[in-house]
Write a protein that binds this ligand. Structure first.
Ligand code: B12
Ligand code: SF4
Ligand code: SF4
Length: 401
């Protein structure tokens, strides 16, 4: 049911009526949900600082920079009384099947959130429009809008605002929509009625995400060690990736979705309605070799407006080199991979070269053992250890039809 047209005279609007209009405007602007919370995040503060204390943030120094501003919204934006929390679905059901792409080792797996245009600008613009509408009917309205880019504890805020519960994979899961959505917030000085917090974690005895995480990065209920998380390693981390982690990365060249792909709540996924978030066809079913062949100009052109561009051409190549090194293919095809890898040696930087050399070593040792296998038909235990990489195979995927 539509709300009555709103009176433009601020004094006529009660917080309850304003709230119902905010929710309606939010939905009109493409948000799947809008919830309100107060600013008390004290129940999450210790967990946050324990996480930092354990160094689970790795090299993300920006996570430590703001002291208690992240856990105390009033210190970040003085005068904040309420937080408007929103979520926007990003899963494009028309993209090529996620699980199929993930389990085709010669293809590149890219996180579903990054297949379309960068969401930061899109969500901030919508939040700005929502704030403008509120400003038209509210006296002395002050606000600040965020998505992902500021010291804001987005998941605890969303949980408090009733947008879902924090799952064991640490993501916000909506019981009727799963977890494939972004979060955003407006901090405001308006005192709005709050929504009911989601108190109960809906995971029950399920541990699928913990068991299926390729690198065992979920070390306990909703606690992620970023240093092991493939999302961190491929997107946030700029250095040389530890050799023992490289085989576990498989073909994931930008981010990782495994802890969402195995989550049973995602059978309730609601497809995105945003055309900007629909998949770029160059990416959703690409082979590793095709992407490896991109020149820097192609990288910049084909990824215009994409969040992937942020990692830069060198890191993009670092990631693809690892994934090519993880392919188990026929000898002839393996030789083609080795040749393509060596063509970029010395062309980008030392970091990329080091990963290319590692990848060539992996492929070469597989090639040698295949040749030895042909000669002797028997593998020595030593060869078994150095050449076999167990591919990650999840038991089940829960994807929308
Ligand atoms: C840093 C960061 C990362 C890091 C660290 C991840 C992490 N779990 O913290 C890395 C790079 C690994 C990452 C990866 C991803 N991220 Co990220 N990330 C962030 C960021 C910028 C900050 C998160 C943060 O504060 N972490 C610190 C921890 C301590 O905070 P928290 O997880 O929120 O923890 C709270 C609760 O879990 C709880 N808690 C903690 N410990 C415990 C223990 C117990 C027992 C209990 C009950 C509760 C509890 O209290 C904590 C707060 O104090 C947010 C944006 C933002 N500003 O919030 C996006 C954000 C969380 N990321 C997002 C996404 C989409 C992803 C990826 C799916 C991307 C991808 N496909 O590759 C992956 C998912 C990996 C995963 N399972 O978390 C979305 C999540 C949307 C959603 N539905 O929840 C966000 C909100 C961005 C956005 N605006 O949409 N991310
Ligand atoms: S994103 Fe991937 S690596 Fe990170 S916690 Fe989830 S499953 Fe593990
Ligand atoms: S996979 Fe299972 S344990 Fe993990 S978040 Fe989903 S429901 Fe919870």
């Amino acid at each position: 049911m539509k709300n009555e047209p709103i009176s433009t005279h601020p004094a006529n609007i009660s917080p309850e009526i304003l709230l119902s209009h905010i929710k309606e405007w939010g939905k009109e602007l493409g948000f799947a949900d809008v919830g309100i919370s107060d600013t008390d995040l004290s129940e999450y503060e210790t967990q946050y600082f324990n996480w930092i204390g354990e160094n689970f943030h790795g090299d993300m120094e920006y996570m430590t920079r703001h002291g208690t501003k992240r856990t105390r919204p009033n210190e970040l934006e003085p005068g904040t009384l309420s937080i408007i929390s929103v979520r926007m679905n990003y899963f494009d059901v028309t993209s090529s099947q996620a699980s199929q792409q993930l389990h085709t080792p010669e293809n590149a797996y890219i996180s579903r959130y990054a297949l379309g245009k960068d969401y930061h600008k899109l969500i901030r613009k919508r939040l700005q429009t929502l704030a403008n509408k509120i400003a038209e009917v509210s006296d002395d309205f002050t606000y600040r809008a965020f998505t992902d880019s500021a010291p804001v504890l987005e998941r605890p805020i969303a949980e408090k605002a009733g947008l879902g519960f924090i799952g064991k994979n640490s993501l916000i899961i909506h019981p009727r929509a799963g977890s494939w959505f972004f979060l955003g917030e407006i901090y405001t000085n308006l005192k709005l009625p709050t929504d009911n917090e989601v108190h109960k974690q809906g995971c029950g005895p399920c541990k699928a995400c913990i068991q299926e995480c390729p690198t065992q990065a979920i070390i306990d209920n909703s606690i992620i060690d970023s240093r092991k998380c493939i999302s961190y390693l491929t997107i946030e981390y700029k250095g040389s990736i530890a050799k023992e982690l490289r085989p576990m990365i498989g073909n994931r060249i930008y981010g990782c979705d495994d802890c969402q792909l195995v989550c049973p709540w995602n059978k309730f996924t609601v497809a995105t309605k945003e055309s900007a978030l629909k998949s770029n066809r160059d990416l959703d079913s690409a082979s590793l070799l095709d992407l490896w062949k991109w020149t820097e100009e192609e990288f910049l052109k084909k990824l215009e407006g994409s969040p992937i561009r942020r990692i830069g051409y060198a890191q993009w190549n670092r990631n693809i080199a690892i994934s090519i090194g993880n392919i188990q293919a026929e000898p002839l095809q393996t030789q083609i991979y080795i040749h393509s890898l060596s063509e970029k040696l010395g062309k980008i930087n030392d970091l990329v070269d080091e990963h290319i050399e590692w990848a060539i070593e992996q492929l070469q040792s597989r090639l040698n053992s295949a040749t030895n296998l042909n000669l002797s038909k028997v593998k020595s235990p030593h060869q078994m250890n150095t050449t076999e990489i167990k591919p990650f195979i999840a038991r089940k995927y829960y994807l929308p039809k």
